[in-house]
Design a protein around this ligand. Structure first.
Ligand SMILES: [Fe+2]
Ligand SMILES: [Fe+2]
Length: 433
C-alpha cells in the first residue's frame, strides 16, 4: 500500500517515542519497513469533563456508550480510511522527487499516515469488539482508486501524480484532516480525543511540507520571472504563477467538499451528544449547547449568495469550513509576501467557496472564482483558465525528473531555508540502495 520501491533505502525519519512535549520524537536513519508504529494517546487530564452538548459538565467516557456506538465507529472508520488513502495516492511520487530533502519529507508523511491508520485501528480493536475488528480489517482491504473497494471519500480516490499536486494536497487536504482531528479531539469519548490530540502534533509537519513546498515553488518562479524578464517562465523550466493559481483553485475546492453539507442534522447530533465538538471549543465564548444561538452562513438563493443567520446547531459543518478557510488564508498571505518581495504584481487568492464544488448547496450550479453564478456554456468556455488544463498538466509532467544528488534541487523549486532537525540542506536524507 505504501511507496513503490525504496524499501531498502535508509531514510532519515522522525519516530514518535513518547507523548511528552519535550523530546517526543527521535531522528535516525531507518528503512521504512523497520519503522515501528507506536500507539500514542495524549496524557489523560484528570477529571476531564465533557465541554459541550447535552452532557456538558459530566465526566468524559472511557468506554463507548451503547447508544453512540455505531456513530462513533463510523466517524473513526471514516477518519481512519483517509490516512492510508493519501499514502496510496502518493505511492509513485518517490520516482520523481525534486531532491533528497523532499523525498525524505514525503516518506515521513507517508509513515506517519500509516501510524494514524494504526491509531484508528487500535481504537476499533480496543473499544468496539468484533464489529470494530471487522471494520479495521476492511480499512486494510480498501484501496485508493480501486473500482471494487475504493476509499470512502471521493478526494482520496484520485492519484497524486506530480509534486505540485502533492504540495497542494498536504497544504489543503491535510489541513482538512487537522480540522476534523481538532473537532474529534474535543470528543466526550476520551480515548478518541487523546489519540487525535497526539496525531495533531504530527499533522503539523504535513502542512509544513505543503506550505513551504508551495512557497519554494513560488520563490523559484519569481527568481526566473526576474532573471528572464517575462511572466511566461515555462520555457525556462519554471511553473507560471497562473498555473499555481489553477492548482490552488482545484485543491481548495475539493478539500472544501470534505467538510460536508452546509446544513447537517448529523453534525448537529454529533455535537449535541458530545461526540464531535467545534474547533477550539474551549476558546469559544458561548453556552456550548447552541440552543437558541444563530450563526451567519452564506446561502444561495435565487442565484445570489448572501449571508443568512441560521440556527447554530444546524450549520456546524459550515462553521468548521469557515475556520479552515481562515487558516488557509494565512498560508496564501505568506505566499503573496514572497511574490511582493520580488516586486511582482500578482496576488494569489482563494476562490470563492462556491467555486468547483460537488457537495452542498453549490453543487448543481457553476460559479466563477469570484462567486458569480454562470451558465454551463460559460463554465465550459472558461474552465481551462480556472482549473489545471492539459497544457499545465503536460508541462508539470515534463518537469517531474528525479534529482537525488545530495544538496541538489530540481530547477522548478528553490531549496528550503533550512534542513530537517538542524541538519544541513546537503545532508544525505535518504541513502538509496
Ligand atoms: Fe494523518
Ligand atoms: Fe497528514
Amino acid at each position: 500500500m505504501g511507496p513503490s520501491d525504496f524499501m531498502n533505502s535508509d531514510v532519515y525519519l522522525r519516530t514518535a517515542i513518547s507523548v511528552e512535549s519535550n523530546g517526543w520524537a527521535h531522528f535516525d536513519k531507518v528503512k521504512m519497513p523497520d519503522y515501528r508504529w507506536g500507539i500514542f494517546l495524549a496524557k489523560p487530564e484528570g477529571n476531564r469533563k465533557i465541554s459541550f452538548g447535552l452532557h456538558m459538565g459530566e465526566p468524559v467516557w472511557q468506554e463507548v456508550p451503547g447508544e453512540h456506538r455505531s456513530t462513533l465507529r463510523r466517524l473513526i472508520v471514516t477518519q481512519g480510511d483517509t490516512e492510508p488513502a493519501s499514502v496510496e495516492q502518493q505511492r509513485l511520487l518517490g520516482h520523481t522527487c525534486p531532491s533528497l530533502y523532499d523525498l525524505r519529507n514525503l516518506f515521513q508523511v507517508n509513515i506517519e499516515e500509516g501510524r494514524h491508520l494504526w491509531a484508528m485501528a487500535y481504537l476499533l480493536h480496543a473499544y468496539f469488539g468484533r464489529d470494530g475488528r471487522e471494520e479495521a480489517d476492511q480499512l486494510l482491504e480498501r484501496r485508493s482508486g480501486d473500482i471494487d473497494k475504493p476509499r470512502i471519500l471521493g478526494a482520496f480516490n484520485e492519484s497524486t501524480t506530480d509534486w505540485l499536486s502533492y504540495f497542494m494536497f498536504t497544504f489543503f487536504t491535510d489541513r482538512d484532516g487537522k480540522f476534523q482531528l481538532a473537532a474529534l479531539a474535543e470528543s466526550a469519548f476520551d480515548p478518541l480525543a487523546r489519540t487525535c490530540r497526539f496525531m495533531l502534533t504530527e499533522e503539523a509537519h504535513h502542512m509544513f511540507v505543503g506550505d513551504t513546498g508551495i512557497q519554494r515553488v513560488i520563490q523559484r518562479t519569481c527568481e526566473l520571472m526576474i532573471s528572464k524578464d517575462t511572466d511566461n517562465i515555462a520555457p525556462y523550466g519554471g511553473i507560471n504563477l497562473d498555473t499555481i493559481q489553477r492548482y490552488l483553485n482545484f485543491h481548495f475546492a475539493i478539500s472544501l467538499d470534505l467538510f460536508g453539507s452546509e446544513i447537517s442534522t448529523n453534525a448537529a447530533n454529533y455535537f449535541t451528544s458530545g461526540i464531535k465538538g467545534r474547533y477550539k471549543e474551549d476558546k469559544i465564548d458561548d453556552n456550548h449547547v447552541l440552543s437558541n444561538l444563530a450563526y451567519n452562513v452564506f446561502k444561495l438563493e435565487s442565484g445570489k449568495i448572501s449571508t443568512s443567520a441560521e440556527p447554530a446547531l444546524t450549520v456546524l459543518n459550515e462553521r468548521l469550513r469557515d475556520d479552515y478557510i481562515e487558516d488557509c488564508n494565512k498560508g496564501i498571505y505568506r505566499w503573496n509576501k514572497t511574490i511582493r518581495e520580488h516586486n511582482i504584481n500578482f496576488t494569489l487568492q482563494l476562490p470563492n467557496r462556491a467555486f468547483g464544488r460537488s457537495i452542498g448547496q453549490y453543487r448543481n450550479n457553476r460559479f466563477t472564482p469570484d462567486g458569480a453564478l454562470i451558465s454551463t456554456t460559460d463554465w465550459n468556455n472558461m474552465k481551462n483558465t480556472w482549473l489545471p488544463n492539459k497544457s499545465d498538466q503536460n508541462h508539470i509532467k515534463s518537469l517531474m525528473q528525479k534529482v537525488v544528488e545530495p544538496g541538489a534541487f530540481a530547477g522548478w523549486i528553490a531549496p528550503p531555508r533550512r534542513g530537517i532537525n538542524g541538519q544541513p540542506i546537503s545532508f544525505k536524507y535518504v541513502r538509496l540502495s
